[in-house]
Design a protein around this ligand. Structure first.
Ligand code: 6R9
Length: 658
């Protein structure tokens, strides 16, 4: 959090400015048949460990655990003594139960008509072949495998093949640079890289292999590069390269899945890391799969026999790991996977896919929702989306206005929206409404799930009263929690467990409203200190987005001689809204009216785009550089590096030194 301005007294840890009175009751039909009832909160509170043990029973174990939790803070072991095979749980057991013909994935490539359907039996054969292929390449239990792939079926197949043999996968976003990739390969000391020649993005093949070649040149520990042919474009081949179709296709489609220890590593995933060296977040098998599967079941009210579930995330993000691969497959769900971007070949592509497959549950990010708002209501209106019944949001705080738009224009005003808070580090959803239980408020993640003990505390670690803001903390260990940072135990303790004694600190600000419900307020590093008030970026951005002309907003605190910091806002207008000369005044007055004069931005800029990571999070750090007239910092995790030039051009006084 920003340091106090000398001579000014901080009123409260984090201001609570935004009032929101709308509430949406769960649909009666959904509530009466929901997978979970309100009793679960009491059951979990009465016996938290027993509650998680019952959740773990949904999995098939080789050997049942002896002890559910061993807690030597901050190190947790869950289901100690238990063994299971994650791939068996995600694939084999559904086939053995007679559900082999059920579709696991409807895969939709970006080029029109490019589709594949994989049943659970298909998946079992493919995963078995891939597991045999890994063994032939000398990859065994505990070895690290870097995966750098487009959103094609071979990506989950590769992950499951690793899980099956006990190799540890490290999926790296297909958009990252050679430097980012080689850094991650080296940090985990991966001996195999699995990739593809390329994938399709925005209507054209987008090569991956040249980036891998460049990265692997820096990684002597890599023995082989396994390459899927996807685009058919020419690639340069090195002595380490092996084609997937040469190696995997000739393998036996039988492979015995032996159980692994519940605390054996499953994967490493590097957090996008806005500053400093990326952290390799480590997850293990038993606790992770338990919470990924259980939350996927109760938060989305999954009915595996009838639902068609679609999470639009990239698998290179934790959301894809837990809610495209492990959670849905462990539950035997039928999912959609889409390779491309939402505007290719046209801006209705998502809704066309919803209509085509009859998607019933949709899980996406606020950044996507705000983009759809910007494109206009008429686009989703052209499609039949009556199949939808539950909508989810993840990745950033969802502005109330974006929530209501999502509910109305995508969910036909009948679907509950679940705003799910969690992190790479938490492994699975932690705070969320339950669609059949909670009367949800737009913009609020509401309550910790049953079995999760979270709170909001002040800077001394004391709980804030209802109506107060502060730091989000988790008080008790949970099954899918990270087990550490790969190769850096001290950084694990320092980053997450040293801010508040005995509590996990995720780095997010939050408030409790007058009913005690939780609202997430963004990263505490982004909090602005204006005249002694700690103001969250989220509340000011939400106030801006509640103006009918604004689709998206990002605010930052810039040094100000009078107020310490002053609010500078970057806004994108909605489709059809005109950029009039007095728009800045109109928006400033609107924020002052919604939140009070303290939150009135000093400056408002209308921009064409905002800087975002590949998973859609706004990189406010870069906007701070613009607002404070500095040269722009590290842009390596930016999805589109041209964006900063467009923004700087809007601010004549700002310099960009890219
Ligand atoms: C799953 C994921 C984690 C950070 C997290 C927080 C933000 C995620 C949110 C949310 C408000 C939500 N975040 N979900 N903020 N409301 N529903 O996003 O993981 O990429 O590790 O990011 O994202 O700031 O700390 P990850």
């Amino acid at each position: 959090m920003a340091p106090d301005t000398p001579g000014r007294e901080t009123q409260e840890t984090l201001s609570n400015l935004l009032q929101e009175n709308r509430r949406f009751e769960p649909p009666a039909e959904l509530a009466s048949a929901a997978n979970i009832t309100a009793d679960a909160y009491d059951e979990a509170a009465a016996d938290r460990i027993g509650f998680w043990e019952r959740a773990a029973e949904r999995l098939t174990w080789g050997r049942r655990w002896d002890t559910a939790l061993e807690w030597n803070a901050p190190f947790a072991k869950w289901f100690v003594g238990g063994t299971l095979n994650v791939a068996y749980n995600c694939v084999d057991r559904h086939v053995e139960a007679g559900r082999g013909d059920k579709v696991a994935y409807h895969w939709e490539g970006e080029p029109d008509g490019d589709t594949r359907t994989l049943t659970y039996s298909d998946l079992l054969r493919e995963v078995s072949k891939a597991a045999n292929a890994l063994a032939e390449l000398g990859v065994g239990k505990g070895d690290r495998v870097a995966i750098y792939m487009p959103m094609i079926p071979e990506l989950p197949i590769a992950m499951l093949a690793c899980a099956r043999i006990g190799a540890i996968h490290s999926v790296v976003f297909g958009g990252f640079s050679a430097t980012a990739l080689s850094g991650r390969i080296q940090d985990a000391d991966a001996k195999l890289v699995i990739t593809a020649d390329g994938g399709y993005r925005r209507g054209a093949p987008s090569a991956l292999k040249p980036t891998v070649d460049e990265a692997v040149a820096e990684c002597p520990g890599v023995e082989h590069v396994l390459v899927v042919r996807r685009t058919g474009e020419k690639v340069s081949e090195s002595g380490k390269d092996v084609w997937w179709h040469d190696l995997v296709d000739r393998q036996s489609d039988r492979h015995e899945a032996v159980p692994h220890d519940a605390e054996d590593p499953l994967y490493i995933l590097y957090t996008s890391g806005t500053t400093g060296k990326p952290k390799g977040i480590l997850h293990t098998t038993g606790g992770y799969l338990t919470q990924a599967a259980w939350t996927h079941d109760v938060v989305f009210d999954l009915k595996p026999d009838t639902d068609i579930y679609w999470c639009t995330a990239d698998i290179g993000w934790v959301t894809g790991h837990s809610y495209i691969v492990y959670g849905p497959l462990a539950n035997g769900a039928t999912s959609v996977i889409y390779e491309g971007t939402p505007d290719t070949p046209h801006r209705g592509r998502f809704w066309e896919i919803v209509q085509k497959y009859g998607v019933t549950i949709l899980y996406t990010a606020p950044t996507a929702i705000r983009t759809f708002m910007k494109w206009g209501d008429d686009i989703p209106a052209k499609y039949d989306m009556s199949s939808l019944r539950v909508l989810g949001s993840v990745g950033e705080p969802i502005n109330p206005e974006a929530y209501v738009w999502y509910r109305e224009h995508i969910g036909g005003s009948r679907c509950p929206v679940v705003d799910t808070w969690w992190q790479t580090e938490t492994g699975a959803i932690m705070i969320s409404p339950l669609p059949g239980v909670t009367a949800a408020k737009p913009g609020a993640a509401m309550r910790p799930l049953p079995g999760i003990v979270a709170d909001v505390v002040d800077d001394q670690g004391n709980p804030v009263p209802d109506g107060g803001g502060g730091f989000l903390v988790v008080r008790e260990p949970w099954p899918s929690m990270l087990r550490g940072i790969w190769g850096d135990e001290k950084r694990y303790t320092d980053t997450y467990w040293s801010r508040f004694e005995g509590m996990y600190f995720p780095g997010d600000g939050a408030k409790k409203d007058d009913d005690g419900d939780l609202w997430l307020l963004g990263r505490v590093d982004d909090v602005m200190l204006v005249s002694g008030h700690n103001i969250s970026t989220t509340e000011v951005e939400s106030a801006l987005v509640s103006h009918p002309k604004v689709a998206e907003a990002a605010v930052v605190g810039a040094t100000d001689p009078i107020t310490g910091q002053a609010i500078v806002a970057f806004t994108i207008l909605r489709g059809g809204a005109e950029e009039s000369p007095d728009i800045a005044k109109e928006l400033r007055d609107h924020v002052a009216k919604a939140l009070g004069p303290i939150a009135k931005p000093r400056q408002i800029l209308v921009v064409p785009e905002l800087p975002k990571t590949r998973s859609g999070k706004i990189m406010r750090r870069l906007l701070r550089d613009v607002a404070e007239n500095r040269s722009i910092g590290d842009v390596t995790t930016l999805a589109d590096s041209a964006v900063m030039d467009l923004i700087s051009a809007k601010l004549p006084s700002a310099a960009s030194d890219d």
